[in-house]
Structures are given as structure tokens and as C-alpha cells.
Design a protein around this ligand. Structure first.
Ligand code: PAF
Length: 293
């Protein structure tokens, strides 16, 4: 495994693989967990060359968010990536990605980027789309792997790939969950022991939402939202940010309950903000993630 830290080194390494048409890429912000490793394993199985990036992207954090506190452990990440058979780890510095004088951003617009997470985190998807396009430009992957956990991010990236005619295939893989249903996230490390128990609220709320979706179709999206909201309201440590039912591609709210749909939830547990979702695919099957045992 080779670790590269500059754009030039990454480009030179990539040039050496110019003939390969199987270059896979997993972008991450590090502090890796099973969710990331499941992307890495899939990508490893499907590609000749596998690149993983570790970059805590400053432009996707608002000034009041947790950029400085965001958990980091590069030595541990490198051990995990080496064990997973990764070929190249790209770990640029912020100055390498945003050199002095940088002014050009990718700014996704409309409900896809401005509702749900986009409404609560203005500018977030602008930062995500900008860094992901820059990473795609440098790594030039044929296939890129993202997690369903960040459903709206995956939809924004999918749209950007189409809008900019990017020659790569996007894979969005299921959420990986703890045995009790909590979706794996680097931010789970912030949870104290009582908060960790309370954090299962998100999964329980989504289960209640799914049940309402299946049994109370005629009552429409409000029945699903009410079912999710009631579960969160019963947990003293939890404060609901939003519970919504949207189209998973456009992120427009659904007016009636039909596939495809995504049940979205964002909750504050103490000072930690967590998001989760269940996806109802167009074929009527649910993707609720995979629990590790
Ligand atoms: O999902 C993440 O970890 C980040 O948003 C990403 C895609 C690596 C861009 O910084």
C-alpha cells in the first residue's frame, strides 16, 4: 500500500495505471468504521486498483460545526486499509486541495441540495460536491463507492455525475448497523454511555415509520412522520430535528405513499446530531441496512 499526500503524487501514481479500466475509489473523512470498510471490501472485489482518500473537508462544515473536533486517527485508518488490501491512500492537506487563491465551487441547487439536510446545513452540499469533483478529477476512478447512510449526499453526487457527464459509475451501498440498529458513523464516538443507548431511537423511529408506511398507506406521509416523531418524543435524551418522507432521487416530499421513497430522520442526542434512513426501492423492496453481529 502506498500513501500519497500531494495532488501531483496522486496524478503520477494514477498515470502509471493509465491502461487499467478498473480503478475504484472510496472517498472518506477517515476515522474508519465497518461502514467504510464494507465500501472498501466491495470496491476491492470489483477493481484492479483501489484508491481510498482520507480528507476532513473544511468546506462542508459550517463555522459552528465540528470541523476541529472531528475524530481523526490516521495510523489506525492506515492499518485497516492495509489489511483490506487497498493500493493507494490519498491523504492531502487542506492547502493541497484548497490552495491560496481557490475560488471555484460546485454549487448544487434546488430541492435536492436545499431541503432536508441541505436546509439544516446551508452550504454543506456545495462543500461536498466541490471536494468530490476535485477528488474525482485527481483520482480519475471508473467506479466510486458511497454509503446509503448519507442518502442525500449520494443523490447529490449521482446528479453531479450526470450533470457533468463524468465517466464513472456510482455505487451506493447499504448502511452498516451495530447489532442494536444504530447506523455506524464516525460521530458515534461522541456519544456517552446513556446517549449511546438513546441513539437507537433513530432506528426504532424508522421501524415505526416503515410499519406505518406499510399498514396505513391511505393516511399518506403524515402517518409515517407522526409514527417516527412519536418514537423520538418518547426518548428523553432525544430531540427531533426532522422526520420526513421524500423521493430518494429528487428529494421532493412525497404527497402519497408509494415507491420509491426514503424515510429520513435527524435527531440530536445531547450535543450529537445523528442522521439515518430507510430506503424503499422502486421495485417495492426495502433497504434498511445490514446489522453486524
Ligand atoms: O461522506 C463523507 O465522508 C464525505 O462527505 C465525503 C464524501 C468523503 C466528502 O468529503
Amino acid at each position: 500500500m502506498r500513501v500519497v499526500t500531494t495532488v501531483q503524487q496522486m496524478r503520477d501514481t494514477r498515470t502509471a495505471w493509465a491502461k487499467s479500466n478498473q480503478v475504484g475509489f472510496v472517498p472518506t473523512m477517515g476515522y474508519l468504521h465497518e461502514g467504510h470498510l464494507s465500501l472498501v471490501r466491495h470496491a476491492r472485489a470489483e477493481n484492479e486498483l483501489l484508491v481510498v482518500s482520507i480528507f476532513v473537508n473544511p468546506t462542508q462544515f459550517a463555522p459552528h460545526e465540528d470541523l476541529e473536533l472531528y475524530p481523526r486517527d490516521v495510523p489506525r485508518d492506515l492499518q485497516l486499509l492495509e489489511a483490506a488490501g487497498v493500493d493507494i491512500v490519498f491523504i492531502p492537506t487542506p492547502d493541497e486541495i484548497y490552495p491560496p487563491g481557490f475560488v471555484t465551487y460546485v454549487d448544487p441547487t434546488g430541492p435536492l441540495a436545499e431541503q432536508a439536510e441541505g436546509a439544516r446545513r446551508p452550504g454543506h452540499f456545495r462543500g461536498v460536491a466541490t471536494v468530490v469533483l476535485k477528488l474525482f478529477q485527481v483520482v480519475q476512478p471508473h467506479q466510486a463507492y458511497f454509503g446509503q447512510k448519507d442518502a442525500q449526499q449520494a443523490a447529490v453526487i449521482s446528479r453531479m455525475i450526470a450533470d457533468f457527464h463524468l465517466p464513472l459509475r456510482l455505487h451506493v451501498l447499504p448502511i452498516i448497523r451495530e447489532a442494536d440498529g444504530l447506523a455506524m458513523s464516525s460521530r458515534n464516538v461522541y456519544l456517552g454511555s446513556e446517549e449511546r443507548i438513546a441513539a437507537t431511537t433513530l432506528y426504532r423511529a424508522l421501524q415505526a415509520g416503515r410499519l406505518a408506511f406499510e399498514t396505513r398507506r391511505a393516511d399518506g406521509p403524515l402517518a409515517v412522520i407522526k409514527a417516527m416523531t412519536a418514537v423520538v418524543a418518547s426518548e428523553p435524551h432525544a430531540v427531533l430535528d426532522y422526520a420526513e418522507v421524500r423521493n430518494p432521487n429528487s428529494f421532493l416530499p412525497l404527497e402519497s405513499l408509494h415507491a420509491p421513497a426514503v424515510l429520513l430522520i435527524a435527531v440530536r442526542i445531547g450535543s450529537v446530531r445523528l442522521i439515518d434512513n430507510f430506503l424503499l426501492r422502486a421495485d417495492g423492496s426495502w433497504d434498511v441496512g445490514i446489522a453486524v453481529t
